[in-house]
Design a protein around this ligand. Structure first.
Ligand SMILES: [Fe+2]
Length: 325
């Protein structure tokens, strides 16, 4: 079965009770590189055989259930649709910058390496901004206001945008989620007003970044990308975050959030199929008052998607210099 047919079948199986128009929109959201609305609708019609007997024969006509036969409305799903980038491409993956507690030398070294390596796509994998003052923890009243942090964040996003001509992705990490928790807890009446939505407050659309929401699954080729707060509990401070990630997903993946580099390879004893998982370093200050002693390190990654397989390079920045690990 061709890959595109397989994608359509998987989407139909996942969302059996939606119409063709919604299916087409889902395909575009999940595979923006493969489909436009028109091409997705054509492909779905072809898959269902709506173009006549010839196409039905060619495709084996997949049956599409429009409605449940019981007196039961469609169940409510609070899961955000996954986003997959399957085309051959190079991606730079940066996480845990924690503006205004960033380390500008490490950030600069990472961006320079991506530019030198001709990486066109950038994935900011969570905690780009700290939102210190709206944390659930008691915060230092003298620290920067959310507004001050946002000003620095927007200047930073605008300044790096020019170096990347492909996709610009901004993942919502647990520190960005602080804004929503604050709003839900202290100003719930304004939840739903567009101007107060996190994506809008961060200024992502106007600057040109696509938002991947907290707990929204994303994949680069065959590499699953996470920020640590999205994974099942019990991963607070693992010795090897990469191994903990593998135990939870049994697949290839990377995770930001832990602020230090680790890697893990697991080979299935019977099939001999291997999976690789990684945790990436951070780009913030390595010593914080809430964590004066730690094993954090600076780092970032380069993911190369080729033929839907992904090679990941986990890079360390030691005293401002980029090194392979
Ligand atoms: Fe985090």
């Amino acid at each position: 079965m061709a890959r595109r047919d397989q994608i359509i079948d998987e989407t139909i199986d996942r969302f059996p009770n939606v119409g063709n128009r919604t299916l087409a929109r889902l395909l575009v959201e999940q595979y923006p590189e493969l489909y436009t609305i028109e091409s997705a609708r054509t492909a779905i019609r072809y898959r269902f055989g709506a173009n006549g007997k010839k196409s039905q024969k060619a495709t084996g006509k997949k049956e599409h259930k429009e409605h449940c036969t019981l007196d039961l409305p469609p169940g409510i799903s609070d899961v955000k649709k996954p986003v997959r980038f399957m085309n051959d491409a190079k991606w730079g993956i940066l996480s845990d910058i924690h503006i205004p507690y960033h380390n500008e030398i490490a950030v600069d070294a990472a961006i320079k390496k991506l530019v030198d390596s001709k990486v066109p796509n950038l994935y900011l994998n969570g905690d780009c901004v700290d939102f210190h003052k709206i944390s659930d923890f008691i915060s230092d009243p003298r620290s920067a206001s959310p507004n001050d942090e946002l000003k620095i964040l927007k200047r930073f996003l605008k300044s790096i945008k020019k170096y990347f001509k492909g996709h610009l992705i901004y993942k919502i990490g647990n520190h960005e989620v602080r804004y929503e928790r604050y709003l839900y807890g202290r100003a719930s009446a304004v939840v739903g007003i567009e101007e107060f939505e996190l994506e809008r407050v961060l200024g992502l659309k106007e600057i040109g970044f696509r938002c991947i929401y907290s707990k929204q699954h994303s994949v680069l080729g065959d590499l699953n990308v996470f920020h640590g707060h999205e994974l099942p509990k019990g991963m607070g401070s693992p010795v090897n975050p990469a191994k903990s990630l593998y135990v939870r997903i049994n697949d290839n993946g990377i995770v930001g959030h832990h602020h230090y580099i680790s890697s893990h390879v697991a080979t299935n004893a019977m099939t001999k199929r291997s999976h690789q998982t990684f945790s990436t370093g951070c780009l913030c200050q390595l010593i914080k008052d809430y964590s004066p002693v730690n094993n954090w390190n600076h780092g970032f990654g380069i993911a190369v998607v080729q033929g839907r397989k992904t090679q990941f390079r986990n890079l360390l920045i030691d005293r401002g210099k980029v090194c392979e690990t």
